[in-house]
Design a binder for this molecule. Structure first.
Ligand SMILES: [Zn+2]
Length: 325
């Protein structure tokens, strides 16, 4: 009797194990199919993403991830129809890269392969790549002390600030006016130079109305348009009309050559930002500013912006394109 019962118990136990095993394999199979289906579905979905499509053009996963961040319809079309070239990715890592100019950088580089990427970005951002005076825009006057006037941004013929004041004669040759804040800061700077170097700075020229600039440009134009454009602004394209620019010299070194070699010029280059000024047309930036170096021409932008421009070693044109516009 006891043996029979035991046999029955063993049989039940065996059936139970068998059932559990089937269940286990069944579950495993379902899970396996499920996981694979999800994977296939995900792969299928991933292949529809820009990140995947960009990789098929030769970019690494990391590069594709970065490129996805700058995509718009035009850039997407470009990247998916042109096999990878180094510049297509490298350009986006340039410090002053602007997404809106992506295709312009690529275009410009094709015809200017000797230029480095930083220069290409600078020239395109500032419109310098368009050629001087080729495309012109109205200066945005709401930017106050940060208005941009160069070979692309112009003022109205009758534009004149309403806070122009005369620069007292101990700081300037006669008849010079500038925005009141500019005069105030220039005088502070003037006093500091006098105190530290014993040198007297003088303003040679500052605010100039349209008509005066027209006269100056005409004189330069006697030597040809290219010469004139390199040394003088066309009327309404002159920073002097803003009332924010001053041409500085000193009593000790009144000529431009002497001034350029003077200690006061060195001092100004090093310290003028503390008073809100920048050297507007520095050495080595001619292709961006469109002007030959002018050791005398200083522009007021306020201390914060002047400091940033000095620290980053950029021109106001680049600053404007990247930080303001
Ligand atoms: Zn000037």
């Amino acid at each position: 009797m006891a043996i029979k019962k035991r046999k029955k118990r063993i049989k039940i136990r065996y059936e139970g194990v068998k059932f559990l095993t089937y269940c286990f394999f069944g579950l495993f199979l379902i899970l396996f199919i499920l996981i694979n289906s999800i994977k296939i579905y995900n792969d299928y979905q991933y292949q529809k993403t820009d990140e995947y499509k960009i990789q098929t053009m030769g970019y690494s996963l990391d590069e594709a991830k970065d490129l996805v961040k700058i995509l718009d319809d035009d850039i997407r079309e470009f990247l998916l129809t042109n096999p990878k070239e180094d510049i297509y990715y490298n350009i986006i890592n340039e410090k002053y890269f602007l997404k809106k100019n992506y295709l312009k950088y690529i275009d410009y580089q094709k015809t200017h392969q000797s230029l480095d990427l930083r220069t290409i970005v600078a020239l395109v951002n500032t419109h310098a790549s368009d050629g001087w005076y080729n495309n012109t825009y109205k200066t945005d006057l709401t930017k106050n002390n940060l208005i941009l006037v160069n070979k692309f941004y112009q003022l109205e013929e009758d534009y004149q600030r309403d806070d122009l004041v005369s620069i007292p004669l101990q700081y300037s040759y006669s008849g010079n006016k500038a925005a009141s804040e500019v005069v105030e800061k220039y005088i502070e700077m003037h006093k500091k130079v006098k105190e530290e170097l014993g040198v007297t700075l003088m303003v040679n020229s500052s605010y100039r109305p349209y008509s005066d600039q027209e006269e100056i440009y005409k004189q330069f134009k006697g030597k040809g348009q290219e010469y004139a454009d390199s040394y003088a602004a066309r009327p309404s394209f002159s920073e002097h009309q803003t009332g924010l620019a001053i041409d500085i010299t000193s009593i000790t070194n009144p000529t431009s050559t002497a001034f350029k070699n003077s200690q006061e010029y060195e001092w100004l280059k090093e310290n003028c930002h503390k008073y809100g000024f920048i050297l507007r047309y520095p050495d080595g930036k001619e292709t961006i500013t469109g002007y030959s170096t002018e050791s005398w021409h200083f522009r007021y932008v306020g201390e914060e912006v002047a400091t940033k421009i000095k620290n980053e070693n950029i021109t106001f044109d680049e600053y404007y394109a990247y930080y303001i516009e």
